[in-house]
Ligand binder design. Structure first.
Ligand code: 5GP
Length: 128
């Protein structure tokens, strides 16, 4: 699999409601839903919803670090703001972690940009 191919991922099906997910927050541009394999009592994924044919945005959806540029500041900020909303809704605002696994060596497995919001237990540092 070419990780940066821009091909649709399982998250497109979640965005389109073709497969179910447990949605925590949604607005026009952002979707937040529970991770199917939670690594903490609260483990929510925050993703951009766009798949609108804009190649550069599609690429950013796949791999933040390689393809983001100044035009993407707004959506990147919206994702982080949504992480805050999720933390408050889930009752972990006093202590939580936001993670982006970017690229294979960081264990990215789904190539659609996503923020992990993790909390509800003591988080260790450094991560493995
Ligand atoms: P990554 O390793 O790419 O940073 O994280 C991908 C995450 O997506 C993993 O934590 C994995 O459990 C989650 N995931 C993969 N497939 C699905 C799915 O179909 N539904 C949900 N809710 N989460 C998924």
């Amino acid at each position: 699999v070419n990780a940066d191919s821009g091909a649709p991922t399982i998250f497109d099906k979640i965005i389109n409601k073709e497969i179910p997910s447990s949605i925590v927050y949604e607005d026009e541009k952002v979707l937040a839903f529970r991770d199917i394999s939670p690594q903490a009592p609260v483990h929510v994924l925050v993703i951009p919803k766009f798949r609108d044919g804009l190649t550069e945005l599609g690429k950013v959806a796949n791999h933040l670090v390689l393809y983001a540029d100044a035009r993407h500041g707004e959506i990147l900020g919206q994702l982080l703001y949504a992480a805050k909303i999720v933390a408050e809704k889930e009752g972990i605002a006093d202590g939580f972690r936001v993670v982006i696994n970017s690229g294979a060596s960081a264990c990215q497995s789904v190539y659609h940009l996503h923020l992990h919001v993790l909390g509800g237990r003591q988080m260790n540092w450094p991560p493995g």
